[in-house]
Design a protein around this ligand. Structure first.
Ligand SMILES: Cc1cc2nc3c(=O)[nH]c(=O)nc-3n(C[C@H](O)[C@H](O)[C@H](O)COP(=O)(O)OP(=O)(O)OC[C@H]3O[C@@H](n4cnc5c(N)ncnc54)[C@H](O)[C@@H]3O)c2cc1C
Length: 440
């Protein structure tokens, strides 16, 4: 059997190699470190965690827990190693990063079906099954090759993520539904500001603390996407003429145009949440929690995600990928990890695992059907491949990616419990259909 080529021995690539090997499929795993560096990695180990050492919540019935449970059921190598080197972390799965990377590296090195090659792959292979898992800091030569293969406007180099708010927590006696000039139906909810409210918000925003930028992120940062706090520093009214412009909107409570607005947009695949349009920012999360609640209508808001801007290489997955995470135009090339358009350590492991299973099916001439939408894995793939390509932003797992229950369940705890039960039942069907040939 021909070897599958995997580019990148990070979280996604290492998991993909393991899944292939568990199904008897040999691979070449190309990792350019330590000979070639990335600006964030510090070692030559596989699966190095570049920043925090947390794999997020282990609290039962939470979305990150559900995703990890599904991965455990599917025999994830990385979650098994994580369990072996967990350190106390309250409700979260926190690992000793050195032992984690060393454990994954040893497991891969000892596996006779995985040939680890310490080289940079600068071009997408012409043929053969390939998994691209080169991460948010993909080398320049490979990024250029991916750009050529996918089209010049289908590769992003920065994440510019707006905060997302739980729809149930928006005060709809203050926010009102309307599109500018009545065009486009009622896709937006608008949070209207009086002049005094705007001034208070503005003062808080311009004095808030930001995260320091990594050195490698400073160049081109501002060309790519201006954070709101940076726009605000250009002048008191800049936001009112930019993302907070009130034109074409009348507040039904006052009958007048507000002084400024923040628009909330329902995302097509996020049933219970709204995106704060144009509100990408680089503020510390605690500061965002405080400042965003100064927006009229969001005083008691629960934020599912805070705004972020950082260096990230990823493809426009909804345009390019099918449900197997393979290129629609070159179905032998799979994408996994951050470059496939997900965000986060566990989500990267998850897409690596799925791409590994799908590529193994392709290598063996077997069938592959992605996990059902009811699962966290299935919902992640659905989001990545079915979102609106025009507004695509990478996602991490949250309940609003899962399908809403029919009929709706009002009580949140019961809803979560039901969603998790349905997810794990559906996952069981996927697991049985794609059982590995060898015990891991
Ligand atoms: C600075 C930074 C901090 C982050 N912090 C967090 C965090 O705290 N929590 C979180 O959940 N997520 C975080 N992320 C996001 C993300 O979860 C991680 O980047 C994660 O490691 C992504 O996994 P991956 O497998 O896609 O990529 P990686 O783990 O980066 O693996 C990709 C691998 O490909 C190799 N490679 C690249 N190009 C080539 C090539 N041409 N040939 C051969 N090898 C190549 C790289 O050396 C690397 O080892 C962070 C991202 C960045 C950039």
């Amino acid at each position: 059997m021909k070897r599958v080529t995997i580019i990148g021995g990070g979280l996604a690539g290492a998991e993909a190699a393991w899944q292939l090997a568990s199904r008897g499929v040999p691979s070449h795993l190309f990792e350019m470190r330590p000979a070639a560096a990335t600006p964030a990695h510090r070692t030559g180990d596989l699966a190095e965690l570049v920043c925090s050492n947390s794999l997020k919540s282990e609290q039962p019935q939470s979305a990150p827990w559900l995703l990890k449970q599904e991965l455990r059921r599917l025999g994830s190598l990385l979650l098994r190693v994580a369990a072996d080197c967990a350190v106390p972390g309250g409700q979260a799965l926190v690992v000793d990063r050195e032992r984690f990377a060393a454990g994954v590296t040893a497991a891969i090195a000892e596996n006779g079906l995985i040939e680890l090659r310490r080289e940079e792959l600068r071009e997408l292979p012409e043929d053969g099954i390939t998994i691209v898992a080169s991460g948010p800091l993909t080398s320049d030569a490979l990024a250029a090759s991916i750009q050529r293969a996918t089209g010049s406007d289908r590769l992003f180099f920065y994440d510019s993520i707006s905060p997302i708010v739980d729809a149930e927590t928006v005060d709809r006696t203050r926010a009102f539904p309307a599109s500018r000039y009545g065009k486009g139906g009622e896709d937006y909810w608008n949070c209207p500001f009086s002049r005094e409210e705007y001034d208070r918000f503005y003062d808080a925003l311009t004095t808030a603390e930001s995260y320091p930028l990594h050195e490698f992120e400073e160049c081109r940062f501002f060309e790519a996407c201006l954070p709101i706090e940076e726009l605000a520093r250009r002048g008191r009214d800049t936001l009112r003429f930019g993302p907070m412009k009130p034109v074409g909107l009348i507040d039904p409570r006052t009958g007048r145009r507000p002084w400024a607005v923040v628009q909330l947009r329902a995302e097509n695949l996020r049933a219970d949440s709204f995106n704060l349009v144009g509100f990408q920012n680089h503020l510390k999360f605690g500061e965002q929690a405080r400042i965003l609640r100064l927006i009229p209508g969001l005083e008691n808001a629960a934020f599912l995600r805070y705004g972020q801007i950082h260096r990230n290489t990823y493809i426009n997955a909804p345009q390019l990928l099918d449900a197997r995470l393979a290129l629609k135009r070159r179905p032998e090339i799979f994408f996994a990890g951050q470059i496939s358009g997900v965000e986060g350590y566990v989500e990267s492991i998850a897409t690596g695992l799925l791409a590994g299973i799908a590529a193994a099916a392709a290598a063996c001439g077997g069938d592959y059907a992605p996990p059902e939408r009811a699962t966290a894995l299935g919902s992640l793939v659905h989001y990545v491949t079915q979102s609106d390509a025009k507004h695509y932003q990478p996602a991490n797992i949250t309940f609003d990616l899962l399908p809403p229950l029919e009929p709706p369940v009002r009580d949140r705890a019961t809803r979560r419990e039901t969603q998790c039960r349905l997810a794990l039942d559906a996952l069981e069907r996927f697991a049985r259909a794609h059982e590995p040939a060898f015990a891991a």
